[in-house]
Design a protein around this ligand. Structure first.
Ligand SMILES: NC(=O)c1ccc[n+]([C@@H]2O[C@H](COP(=O)([O-])OP(=O)(O)OC[C@H]3O[C@@H](n4cnc5c(N)ncnc54)[C@H](OP(=O)(O)O)[C@@H]3O)[C@@H](O)[C@H]2O)c1
Length: 331
């Protein structure tokens, strides 16, 4: 009888990165188990042949998590949020640090071979008051002090089909009344294509050698937020006058908007943007690697964004591209 394919547990696998990763892992022949607090969120992934969805609101508690990860060869922790909720169970500390701690303990107890933590670009720079980055950094410290075979991946802002970046700015631009006020316009970003991030994760999942390495995954070009938003408007043929907000107005916008339900921008988002200092391959002096070390050449933003934005235009084709470049099926 042939050996069953390796089982990969995707904690937070119902999200943007998780959905793309699950689709590519399934077509590469892996078995996948998505952990989610709400299985209904992943209904559309049930078409994937080797996918199991495991969920409950208390899934990440110490009592439940060991059972949820048992039998896996690799855990990928994709649990994260850019905006904490005020209740105790959804603070940055709980989402990033407590969930990581419980997953690491369960991985150790279950004897799981490899643990991959998806963190964020900029955690090694001073957090400048960003609770998001500070909590991601604390989670990384836990990972690095564990006895597991760990890898940390720090992506820059990720764009792709069904993301929260191109589609968010597309909608905000579309609904703005001619003028589009933009907070933190001069923030330098190196947006990275979801397909490149997924290729990197699959390479790391399939590696035979031990790791204990950190990878900074950024796109090949650095652009300001203003340039990126202008490109999105141009690609969608949305004519808007994009107005750069001064720094104090950006701060005020975050301070006020954070109180509305589902805020488009918060004070912590402002602080996270202000902390961005892009150095492809990691900040100077940090012992990190980039796409190059994995043999991947990240693709340029404009070319790929043009493909993804096609579906936003009235003449667009709306086709989803979850193709699988360079991934070999497991025997
Ligand atoms: N997308 C980007 O541009 C980007 C850039 C840098 C780093 N990252 C990091 O990459 C990872 C994946 O990002 P993503 O874009 O896929 O995020 P996403 O779409 O928001 O998905 C994150 C997942 O985390 C889970 N989650 C959220 N709050 C939770 C809580 N309180 N307890 C337990 N689980 C919770 C959710 O799963 P359920 O609701 O199903 O439980 C959700 O599906 C995150 O760690 C993120 O910080 C993303």
């Amino acid at each position: 009888m042939s050996k069953p394919a390796p089982l990969i547990v995707l904690a937070g696998g119902s999200g943007f990165v998780g959905r793309h990763l699950a689709a590519r892992l399934a077509s590469a022949g892996y078995r996948i188990r998505i952990l989610t607090r709400d299985p209904a969120r992943s209904r559309n992934l049930r078409v994937l042949p080797t996918l199991e969805i495991l969920g409950s609101p208390t899934l990440y508690s110490q009592g439940s998590i060991l059972r949820a990860v048992s039998g896996a060869q690799v855990i990928v922790n994709l649990v994260g949020t850019l905006q904490e909720k005020r209740d105790r169970t959804r603070s940055f500390e709980q989402v990033h640090v407590d969930v990581t701690r419980n997953l690491l303990q369960a991985a150790g107890a279950a004897g799981i071979g490899r643990y991959i933590q998806v963190s964020a670009f900029g955690v090694d720079a001073p957090a400048r008051g960003s609770h998001y980055l500070a909590s991601k950094a604390r989670a990384e410290t836990l990972v690095q002090s564990s006895a597991l075979d760990w890898t940390i991946v720090r992506p820059s802002v990720i764009y792709g089909m069904d993301d929260g970046f191109l589609s968010r700015f597309t909608n905000l631009l579309r609904w703005s009344p001619g003028i589009f006020p933009l907070a933190c316009p001069h923030t330098p970003l190196a947006p990275v294509d979801i397909d490149d991030v997924v290729t990197a994760l699959i390479t790391l999942i399939g590696r035979r050698s031990k790791s204990r390495e950190i990878y900074c995954l950024s796109g090949p070009e650095i652009r300001t937020l203003r340039e990126i938003v202008q490109s999105i408007a141009d690609l969608n043929r949305t004519r808007r006058w994009i107005v750069n907000l001064p720094d104090w107005v950006s701060w005020l916008m975050g301070a006020l908007l954070q109180w509305v339900p589902h805020p488009p921008f918060t004070l912590d988002n402002y602080r996270t943007l202000k902390a961005q200092r892009i150095h492809p391959g990691g900040n100077p002096g940090s012992a990190t690697r980039g796409f190059g070390a994995l043999g991947i050449e990240p693709r340029p933003f404009l070319d790929r964004a043009a493909v993804y934005c096609r579906r936003f235009r009235p003449d667009g084709d709306g086709e989803e591209d979850l193709s699988n470049p360079g991934i070999t099926r497991l025997a």
